[in-house]
Every structure is written in C-alpha cells, then in structure tokens.
Design a protein around this ligand. Structure first.
Ligand code: GLA
Length: 385
C-alpha cells in the first residue's frame, strides 16, 4: 500500500433556505452550507480498491474497486454514496487508484440536511486529492450531481453545488444551465434554526419513490403547459418564466388537471419567492424573509404535497415561539424545518421547541442534538494534507 497522499477532507451539510423542489426544474435555489459536516481521513493506495470504514459502528465497512462499472451494494447501503463518487470520477479519470477512507460525521442522517451528498463530495475530494488530480469546482459540482443519481434518486444539482461552493457567512443563489453561484451575506442579527422532525426521510429509501414521482409530475406539468401555450413541448421552466408574466402562467396553469395545476403553481410561485428572498436578505428585511418562508411551506404542503404532520407541527411551534417564519427544508416527507428569527430570540425558540415538540415525544434534551442554530459555513475542503 502506498501512503504518499494522505489527508483529511471536510464536506458540510446544507440547509436550503428557499427554492424547494425546483432545482431539478432548472430554476434557481437559495441554500447555505452549515457548520456540521462529514469528514474523511484518507490514505492513497497503490491499487484500485476503496476500503471504507465509519467511526459510527452503525455503518458496516464496505469495499469496492474503481472499475468502469462499479456494481452497487444492496439498495439503501450507505456505501453506495461512496460508490457514486467513485463511479462519477472514474469515467472522467479512468486510471485513478483507490484509498483507505475513514468516515466520521456530526450531520444528522436522513434529516434533510444533505448528509448523503456531503459524503459523495467528501469521498470525491478524497479520491482526487489522493491521486493528485484537481478539477474546476463548477465541473466537479455538475459531475457529482449527475453522479449521485447512481443511488437511484433523480435529484437536482443544489446539494453538491452548495456543499462545494458555499462561502462562509453567506447563503448562495444557485442557477443552473449554466451553473453559477452568487453569495449574499447573511445579516449578523439573523439566526436560522434547523429542527429535525424525528421522522427519517431516507433519500435512498422510502422517500426515493415519492421524490422521483415529484420530478416526473412537475415535468409533465411543464410539458402540458407548454402545449397549452402553443410552445414546443421541450420548453424549459426557465424559458416558460421568460415567455410570459407570472399572472399569465398561473392563469394558464390553473386550467391543467388538478394535480398538475397544483404542482405547476408550486414551481412558479416558489421560483418567484427565491428572487424575493434573496432581495429581502440583501436588505436585511427579516419580516419579509419570514413571510416568504411561511408561503413556501404552505405551497410545499398544499400544492406540492411533500410535507408531513410532524413538520407542520414544528413549523407552527417555531412561529408561536417567535420565529419570523418557518418551513420544511430539503426533500420533505420528514426531515427538518428551517425557521428564521432575530439572534436575540434563538435561545427562546430552541427552548420552546424542546418543551413543546421534543419533550412530549420522549426526546427531552434534544435541542442541541436535533435542533440547532445553523451557521452559514464555507464549502468542502481538504483541511489537512
Ligand atoms: C433533495 C435533492 C435536491 C433537491 C431537494 C428538494 O435534497 O437532492 O436536489 O431537489 O431534495 O429541493
């Protein structure tokens, strides 16, 4: 075994502030990276094996070889996210050698904070670094977004982009086709509280089917709408938004069959909220940002139907505790909420969630583990060579 290239890489989780379930429609989103992360200590090997261990004994060791077609482990196996990174890279750099990798993480799993994409990104950076290979960040974001579909989820490109491209202290608007990140500083007096609903939302498990169904139905809504407007069926969402005013689009969308009308309305109104939220942050208008979070949650719950009663309850409690607004974040169906409040109110919001959500569910002492104030953090990096 060669050990010329050792190191430690860190890839943060992310919380999406607004722009939910629209990245795969090619529309901008507005997430930030958080202080919790996946870290991998790695050591280059002379052969093409990847030997994967995890500090958490709940995750069994896993081994694979960097071949052109890496066979997946059984569905739901955490090692498939590492394989996804390997498979994406090997198609670009066919002669990469493997690594010994030890993973540790303080990111809650299946909580809507992108622990899986953080693992994909950390793994990719570890393999690249061990091989002395570099890639342009935008190219790597795109490669890994496509690469993660290896696990069977038809995800968009938000997670890998923010995990790689975040700037400390900022949230970023991410545009697609072409990919571009534009940071906005998070006002010093704002706190984004993240709180887990205690409902697991496993992207490679039960959530996969419903998630993939949403990507299909939003695309079908787009196709139907384009046809109704006499536009080519290939007209993309960004092109639709340029073709008419929002009012015209919503009017036309309301004539689609029930479910498609609702899916379409979510996509269009959420896209509007992203631009408005970015402006509200730049203007440090906390109340306006809060109202947009509330509107996003209602749209995700009623039109896109990706909420869960426990998420709705958390959102309500956060608002009652003094948050300016709150909504589910990530894919939904469980996972976490994000709530915005003034810095001086954060401790109170966390204490209220502890008393009114976690304690009654037998998870007393959870604020801290399951609910915390998210710090806008920098993107993935090799922290020790
Ligand atoms: C998951 C996907 C993202 C995005 C969100 C919903 O996190 O990985 O690409 O679609 O769901 O906004």
């Amino acid at each position: 075994m060669a050990s010329t290239q050792m190191g430690v890489v860190r890839a943060p989780g992310r919380v999406n502030l607004i722009g939910e379930h629209i990245d795969y429609c090619g529309l901008p989103v507005f997430p930030m990276a958080i202080q919790r992360s996946v870290r991998i200590a790695f050591d280059a090997r002379a052969d093409r094996e990847v030997q994967l261990g995890n500090r958490d004994p709940g995750f069994a060791a896993s081994t694979f070889t960097l071949t052109q077609q890496i066979p997946p482990a059984r569905a739901g196996d955490w090692g498939n996210y590492a394989r996804a990174a390997g498979q994406a890279l090997i198609q670009r750099f066919p002669s990469l050698r493997g690594i010994d990798a030890l993973v540790e993480s303080d990111l809650p799993i299946a909580a809507g904070l992108s622990s899986s994409s953080a693992l994909v990104v950390a793994m990719a950076l570890a393999i690249l670094h061990a091989n002395g290979v570099t890639m342009a960040p935008l190219e790597l974001m795109d490669l890994l977004a496509r690469g993660e579909r290896y696990v069977g989820t038809a995800g968009g490109g938000m997670d890998q982009s923010i995990i790689l491209g975040a700037q400390a202290g900022c949230a970023s608007r991410i545009e697609f086709h072409p990919l571009r990140l534009t940071p906005t500083p998070v006002p010093a007096g704002w706190r984004f509280i993240v709180a887990w609903s205690l409902v697991h939302a496993e992207k490679s498990g039960a959530v996969q089917q419903v998630y993939n169904e949403r990507t299909r139905s939003s695309d079908e809504a787009r196709r139907l709408l384009a046809r109704r407007l006499g536009l080519p069926e290939s007209t993309t969402y960004p092109a639709l938004l340029e073709a008419g005013s929002v009012e015209e689009l919503l009017e036309a969308g309301s004539t689609l069959a029930g479910q498609f009308a609702r899916r379409f309305r979510h996509v269009v109104t959420e896209a509007m909220r992203v631009g408005q939220a970015e402006a509200a942050m730049a203007a440090a208008d906390l109340a306006a940002f809060g109202r947009l979070l509330d509107a996003s949650h209602a749209s995700l719950r009623d039109d896109y139907e990706v909420s869960h009663p426990e998420l709705d309850q958390l959102v309500e409690l956060a608002r009652e505790a003094g948050a300016a607004g709150a909504r589910l974040t990530g894919a939904g169906f469980g996972g976490s909420i994000v709530a915005l409040c003034p810095a001086g109110r954060a401790a109170e919001v966390l204490a209220e969630l502890e008393a009114r959500f976690y304690a009654p569910r037998g998870a007393a002492g959870a604020a801290g583990r399951y609910a915390f104030s998210a710090e806008p953090s920098g993107g993935a990096e090799v922290i020790r060579a």
